[in-house]
Design a protein around this ligand. Sequence first.
Ligand code: SF4
Length: 387
Amino acid sequence: MHEAEDGWLARVRLPGGKVAAAQFLAIAELAARGNGLVDVTARANLQVRGLREDAGAVVAEALEAVGLLPSRAHERVRNVLASPLGGRHPLALASSDEVVATLDCGLCADMELAELPQRFLFAVDDGSGTALGQTADVGLVAEGARAFRLLIDGIPTGAVVATRDAPVLALRVARAFLALKAEHGDRAWRIAELLGGAAAVSERLAARLEPAALVPAAAAIPPGICEQRDGRLALTALPPLGRLDGETVAALGELALEHGGDLRVGPAKTITLVDVEPSRVDELATSVRELGLVTEPGSGWEGLSACAGLHACAKARIDVRAAAAARAVVRGAGAGREHWSGCERRCGETRDVRLRIAASGDAIAVGGQIVSDVEGALSLLDSEADA
Ligand code: SF4
């Protein structure tokens, strides 16, 4: 639980972004205890907003009841991104679901690993590149149907291991990071901040760094329909600015129940319903669109994000969510990632953001330029698009 301007928020970590329909419905019930808002985060987690300060115990019990809180000691360190389609993507080489599940179990079984910093990130990619949009401290990328290559701080290594050994290897990297951190009295949160960085960790593991090794290019799954490798379909939907309300979460859970698949929260703040029968996908897409989510590619909401903003964060000095909504109407989907922040802390701004707009002192920084207010920022962006 963290305190915010609109009450307390509970972050629900979803390793690999995988959520069963019943778990989604449980989150909808929790939202009803708060102000009804649920955020999708850039780490493919969910945040239930506007809870009472004393709601922690009830939230924890509700999450435990549906298997979303397997270890209270490890809750902050279960940071595992994965390809949203979990091996179903046409470019996937292997399933990543089992690797994520085993990695999460191993993490929760080791009390030493509960000491990992909460920013420490694992990523498991099925070969499609759809889990590689952010630099993870420890990455596993499918290399053929039965093997995964290890990446440390985003740098490929020569360590390619059988699928069953991949989670064990990932956890060894995490332990090596903790050991080096302890030896140096280092306060690093990420491998990149550690003395010696990825090179020190790889040396500890006797795994060569091989920056030139080929790994898939990072890719995002756009809103719309994707044909899975097994012929069924996946429908990806984008909630504008990553925000849902409890009723929408409940409705999505019901739709997933009806279609017999689970839901996948993706690092691009998308929600995917997998294993949809082709004959039912149009009806499903219509239902999801009626909930206010974007279900087709080409929307100006794609690649557009904003921090929690006014009324949710006391530090916000401008209404970033209203400004971003104005941008969604005019920007093209092909425009690079654009992020709006209500203050200099720039929460939610990921490394792949191309256009950064943030309140700065009494003004607003738009990329490298300074303007006096939101209107100035919007017209500057419009004029640059015209040029
Ligand atoms: S960037 Fe600033 S205003 Fe936005 S959520 Fe973070 S602290 Fe709050």
